[in-house]
Design a protein around this ligand. Sequence first.
Ligand code: NAP
Ligand code: SF4
Length: 684
Amino acid sequence: MTDATSTYPRLFEPLDLGFTTLPNRLLMGSMHTGLEDRVWNWPRLTAYFVERARGGVGLMVTGGIAPNRRGSLAPLASKLTNRWEVRRHRQMTQAVHSAGGRICMQILHAGRYAYHPMSVAPSAIQSPITPFKPKALSDRGVKAQIADFIRCARLAQAAGYDGVEVMGSEGYFINQFLVPRTNKRSDHWGGSWENRMRLPVEIVSRIRQAVGERFIIIYRLSMLDMLADGNTWDEVVSLGQAIEQAGATIINTGIGWHETRIPTIATSVPRGAFTWVTKKLRGAVDVPLVTTNRINMPDTAEAVLERGDADMISMARPFLADPDWARKAKEHRAEEINTCIGCNQACLDHVFQGKVASCLVNPRAGHETELLIEPTTVTKNVAVIGAGPAGLAAATTAATRGHQVTLFDQSTTIGGQFNLAKRIPGKEEFVETLRYYQKQLELKGVVTRLGQAVDIDHFDVDAFDEVIVATGVVPRDPRIEGQDSEKVVGYADVIEGRVAIGRKVAVIGAGGIGFDVSEFLLHENVPKTPDPDTPSAEAFFKTWGVDMEINRRGGVEGLRPDFGVAPREIWLLQRKTSKPGKSLGKTTGWIHRTSLKGHGVHMWSGVVYDKIDAAGLHITKDGRSMVLDVDHVVICAGQLSEQSLVEPLRARGASVHVVGGADVAAELDAKRAIEQGTRVAATL
Ligand code: NAP
Ligand code: SF4
């Protein structure tokens, strides 16, 4: 029954699974945190899940747990293969249940995506994203893997999980059996579709036999592989039906493989862009269908359910960003949600670097046991100078703890560099972080003094017990001859629309901001007030070459990305000889590079800047002098810390803490800024 008084009646409608009822339609999707992989991190993992169970999500799924050593993602990565390992799982499931939550364990066999030399797969075909060639399994080997899936499910049941999720998508082991691209077998596990789908159907039906009827089995089905030689839509439908017959309770949606070169979850993917894929399967099966990818706010989630695209919404990263997401939505407090902006910088990028996953906008994620925001015993007067990400994090954290906080900024608006980021097409989600902080400032009673720079001579140092300096950065001066020419502009002037930029542009500096500026210049009429709901899914799929009818294998066979005609000719330059964009995020850098390349941007390394004059930008490249006859040269040459207040404040006896870009500009990014601001305020 839907609750007519709820703002999101469909989202908070219970889901009856026959033997159990989920309280709402929210699934916290599987997200590998890295905490699973080390025994000593299980108390942290437990705290992480308990916090989210308390936040009211209907059902949670763990990160991938391997059914055997060969199937584990990396050496020493988590597995569940024997009863000695059950104990720590049981401690976690008991804690989650005590907190009112429900949790399923994902069984993930990596197949050829395993990052170790013992990997196995249907055929000995190396993936483009791992350095190891897998061993092709014999018939006996395939049967042994299936038996290990069943053992793993039994152990999960013994550990007290509410169910298991069988990972059949994203290009992992099961998915590798399903498609001709990775399955070249000629025995009864390969060749015809009936043979290729035999493995998952057998896994699900034998798990069902092993665990009985009152145990959730979610099957994660790759509905849109988005690579050549992927599954046809008819195959997807027949697999869904066979999986239902085999005893699955719920079918979850998988989109793309890890080697797919079309964005699936990055911030530039429009909100809810893939829910139409799940909808296509509705009616073909009777079990509840879960949809996923880039759903991050309750309005979007409710609209998806209202359209009938799915029965349930899976979100993984949004629950990292805000463990209380569900409760806030239920209590009509959506404005207080700390929204996942799809940046991947602290979650997936960390996982792929072998670090514990956290969240750029919520540094407590994965650190619940040690980054404590506790009420203060001594209320202090705290000044925070600078309302960029570091200052906002510091101010709201200090105020949450009960301190009296005054936030100063010379700008009339909060947000600092985020106000530039939000105007980059594909980064509209940054608006949500600013909305979140604005609301927190109000709720926590932070006094804001905006629109006036702090003048050390008139700053009442004695009024504050602590001063947090979060004054950010100033652009680095590249000292190029002729840079005072009117052709030369700063990146902020460009992004804020203060100058009309010509048709030929050179961008000096190919770091994060150089890429952002180039992307910005590839679009006309970028709105002053961005709206994260505006980007259109249809345009996105047209650009990246995806057939929304899924009439082709994998939805992409024979299609290529088409970025259209660029409105400008752009040269993105750097002095280093390395590939431009190397400093960008591991899981998103390729998207930025592909977009610029697709738009015909010249990305040049090893450039020496000689001078700028009326003819344009004079450079030397590969020992050859040349002139780029550009209308404008945009300087994106990095940043220097703005610390001019630090010493004068200290000289006047203030207790000063420097955070964010004001502290370190070399590695300036919002992830470090927010974390440092939060940590400093947590200790005052
Ligand atoms: P950055 O990433 O450090 O890049 C600075 C660029 O300026 C480099 O390409 C550097 O290349 C060049 N440069 C440095 N000194 C120079 C000089 N004296 N003359 C000419 N060129 C010079 O800094 P940013 O682009 O300002 O970005 C700031 C931070 O924001 C970065 O940490 C970045 O991670 C973050 N950010 C990230 C993204 C993203 O990931 N998408 C987007 C925006 C911002 P050469 O030294 O080789 O010339
Ligand atoms: Fe979302 Fe970025 Fe946080 Fe990952 S790091 S959960 S993508 S906001």
